[in-house]
Design a protein around this ligand. Structure first.
Ligand code: ADP
Ligand code: MG
Length: 237
């Protein structure tokens, strides 16, 4: 491709990305007002025994659920659009993983999922945007939990190999077939009724912005493994 053409496409892309981000922000405010107003309406009718009010409450709850769904889509969308802007700090990946597990364990426990860390000591440092890396962990953990509707085990491993620091997410969930696996990282691909299909594309975008790679292996009915590799700053090997 010619340089000029490349520049034109790049600036077109930047413009579209900016528009899309702006649109998401613009939708958030009226949506917030709608949510608040719905809450007030619910308060008005929720204690009433009148048949008409009971019916009204059911409908209001439905609209509330749809607003939540829209809000989730917006969050996922904004997360995706910001995934390339990094603030890198020399970091100990184990520390980030431990902090995440402390934060996430209660949520996992609610879904009967046990988190088991296997963190290799003396890992070399990596350059990380810690807040984006936590989004990666959160998105992968959320998918894992959703794949284990009756509970299970989520193993988080770290280790070093070939000058890279590796992070593995292994779940004992329902797994996926090859067709699903091949589409995982496509924007808006989801097998869930109210999935955004933006979780894994965001994960991949963040990992690649760190010069890392991500791959997935899965066995239907057995479980799934996501493997992330990040460049190590200095090797302790
Ligand atoms: N740990 C997992 N086990 C089984 N399937 C998974 C797992 N993680 C992701 N998937 C599949 O990949 C799809 C895309 O995931 P994602 O991009 O996070 O979107 P969403 O979670 O909104 O559906 C999911 O709908 C699901 O089919
Ligand atoms: Mg997801």
């Amino acid at each position: 491709m010619e340089d000029q053409e490349r520049q034109r496409l790049l600036s077109q892309y930047a413009e579209i990305a900016q528009l899309a981000g702006g649109l998401a922000h613009e939708i958030r405010n009226p949506l917030g007002t709608m949510k608040l107003t719905l809450e007030l309406l619910v308060e008005d009718v929720q204690d009433s025994e009148a048949v008409r009010d009971r019916r009204m409450l059911t409908k209001l709850r439905k609209v509330q659920a749809e607003c939540e769904h829209l809000n989730d889509i917006l969050d996922a969308f904004l997360q995706f659009s910001r995934a390339g802007e990094l603030q890198l700090v020399d970091s100990d990946l184990n520390g980030v993983v431990r902090e995440f597990i402390d934060f996430y364990r209660p949520t996992a426990a609610e879904y009967k999922v046990d988190i088991s860390p296997h963190l290799e000591s003396d890992l070399p440092l990596v350059r990380l945007d810690r807040s984006l890396m936590k989004q990666v962990l959160q998105n992968l953990a959320q998918n894992a939990i959703q794949a284990m509707p009756s509970g299970g085990l989520l193993e988080l491993q770290t280790y070093q190999r070939d000058g890279r620091v590796r992070l593995e997410f292994i779940d004992t969930g329902h797994g996926m077939d090859e067709k699903t696996r091949s589409k995982l990282f496509q924007v808006f691909f989801s097998t869930k009724p109210t999935g955004s299909g933006l979780g894994l594309p965001t994960v991949r975008k963040i990992v690649e912005a760190h010069n890392g790679t991500i791959s997935c292996e899965s066995a239907l009915g057995k479980g799934t493994r996501f493997s992330i590799a990040l460049p190590a700053l200095q090797s302790a090997e």
